[in-house]
Design a protein around this ligand. Structure first.
Ligand code: TMP
Ligand code: ASP
Length: 236
């Protein structure tokens, strides 16, 4: 079957039910808007399992997601939602593009989290935007932007606490949201939550256990993802 949509790390397929899609996690990894590419055996399986555990944990805390069920090691069934073209990034500690843009050292701990929006466009390299851009480009209404920010901060609070119990510091993460197609169109968490989309540092040693191991050629990429899954499952 042809995918309905193919992204850098996942493929989406239709199912017999128009309200349901199959999301397949790939082994491919990209960084810096796909300038750098590689394939890692097991990445799809690890990110499926980590996303599943995170979504189930978030659902118990009242955060709605598009997750329906697991099919197998690399496939989840999800609600067919309209993905908002706004990516939401939350930062607790300075890293990555924040350091590059602002010329500061990695590791500065923020007093309060920073929430950023970017326009989901591979062609443009996901540029940073604000509420006004989102409104004028019809990406999200001002009310929706406020809702995205509010929901992202709740996800941050829940995940900081969860990862802390797993011995991990949640440095930053990117999440996406979708509008359900029901009459009462709700905004729910969609896409994935994995070491591809979160920066996670070991609380004791500071070791990076996320995609920065690939971005920065640190080695042991899948070993780090395995470690995250082990810890997440250990406390789930
Ligand atoms: P950044 O520092 O590169 O902007 O990344 C911030 C967070 O967002 C980090 O946890 C990695 C995640 N991220 C994605 O999930 N997808 C992306 O395309 C980018 C650029 C970042
Ligand atoms: N996922 C993005 C890319 O492919 C960026 C990143 O995560 O660094 O290229």
């Amino acid at each position: 079957m042809e995918p309905l949509y193919e992204g850098k790390a996942k493929r989406l397929y239709t199912t017999d039910d128009p309200n349901v899609l199959r999301m397949e996690y790939k082994d491919e990894a990209t960084a810096f808007n796909a300038e750098k590419k590689a394939e890692f055996a097991n990445k799809g399986r690890l990110n499926t399992a980590i996303t599943l555990a995170m979504y189930r944990m978030l659902e118990t805390k009242g955060v709605e997601t598009h997750l329906l069920s697991q099919i197998d090691e690399v496939n989840l069934l999800v609600k067919n939602v309209d993905i908002l073209m706004v990516e939401v990034i939350v930062r607790n500690i300075a890293a990555g593009s924040f350091c590059k843009r602002m010329g500061v050292e990695e590791g500065i701990v923020f007093n309060q989290p920073i929430v950023e929006f970017s326009y989901k466009s591979d062609e443009l390299g996901d540029p940073l935007i604000n509420d006004d851009y989102a409104r004028e480009l019809d990406l999200a209404t001002p009310d929706e932007c406020a809702e995205l920010k509010r929901k992202a901060l709740i996800v941050n609070d829940v995940m900081i606490d969860f990862f802390k119990r797993a011995g991990l510091k949640l440095v930053d993460f990117k999440i996406e949201f979708g509008r359900t197609k029901d009459a009462d169109a709700k905004i729910v968490l969609a896409d994935e939550i994995s070491p591809d989309t979160c920066r996670l540092w070991d609380i004791e040693t500071g070791k990076k256990l996320d995609k920065d191991r690939f971005r920065q050629d640190l080695g042991g990429v899948m070993e780090a993802y395995e470690e995250v899954l082990k810890r997440v499952e250990g406390i789930s």
